[in-house]
Ligand binder design. Structure first.
Ligand code: GDP
Ligand code: MG
Length: 198
């Protein structure tokens, strides 16, 4: 449990908004350990590979979008999840390859769930205040759909254990994910707390 890893991308808008330090700071201060990091310019192919690791992602993203329209009393542009999902994917390829990104692996107890909590919901307009997407950006599905572009939400974070494993393997070589001790793990995870008093 203590070695759970999650994969994070600070997307091109996160870099352009000068939020690298702010975002990394939030993961550091909660107690997670940074075990891999790189800045790179993803190709559209890499963006597509990333989002289609799960062969079901296109259908799920399309369905999520359709449900979103319906929950707001709006008529979706199509009732076919694959058609909508593919449109979302095409826009994501453009978004993720539009500028440099920072890719990272964070490790610690419940890393996947903890990072998703700090990141907040997909649509910044409705992400909780206090989360990264809720605090630092104002985009909405309504605005991004109208402009036929991907919603700009600063960051990607793995949604499940399987997703995390596959994404880490896609973006990092085995020896780029570093195994090391972080001094704060003593207070986060030590059972007896017998290393403090002199
Ligand atoms: P996440 O895990 O919260 O990032 O959300 P998903 O994995 O469902 O979607 C991945 C990314 O695709 C999101 O971060 C958005 O940038 C984009 N996206 C997802 N669904 C939609 C949608 O319905 N409309 C638009 N415009 N973008 C979407
Ligand atoms: Mg996702």
């Amino acid at each position: 449990m203590k070695t759970e890893k999650t994969f994070v991308i600070i997307k091109p808008d996160g870099i352009q908004r000068s939020l690298i330090g702010e975002i990394i700071g939030r993961f550091e201060r909660i107690g997670l350990k940074l075990v891999a990091m790189r800045m790179c310019l993803p190709t559209p192919e890499m963006a597509r590979k990333h989002y289609t690791i799960d062969p079901e992602w296109v259908r799920k993203a399309g369905q999520k979008s359709i449900d979103n329209y319906k929950s707001k009393g709006l008529v979706p542009p199509s009732d076919n999840p694959l058609e909508i999902g593919n449109k979302v994917l095409g826009r994501l390829e453009k978004y993720l390859s539009s500028g440099p990104v920072v890719t990272m692996v964070w490790q610690g107890a419940h890393a996947i769930q903890i990072v998703r909590k700090l990141v907040g919901g997909t649509e910044p307009l409705s992400s909780d205040t206090g989360t990264i997407r809720g605090d630092f950006v104002l985009d909405s599905y309504r605005m991004s759909d109208q402009d036929e572009r991907s919603i700009r939400n600063l960051i990607h974070a793995s949604g499940s254990v399987d997703e995390a494993h596959q994404e880490i393997d896609l973006w990092f070589k085995k020896d780029e994910v570093i195994k090391y001790k972080h001094i704060q793990e003593a207070i986060l995870y030590d059972v007896n707390l017998d290393g403090i008093l002199e």
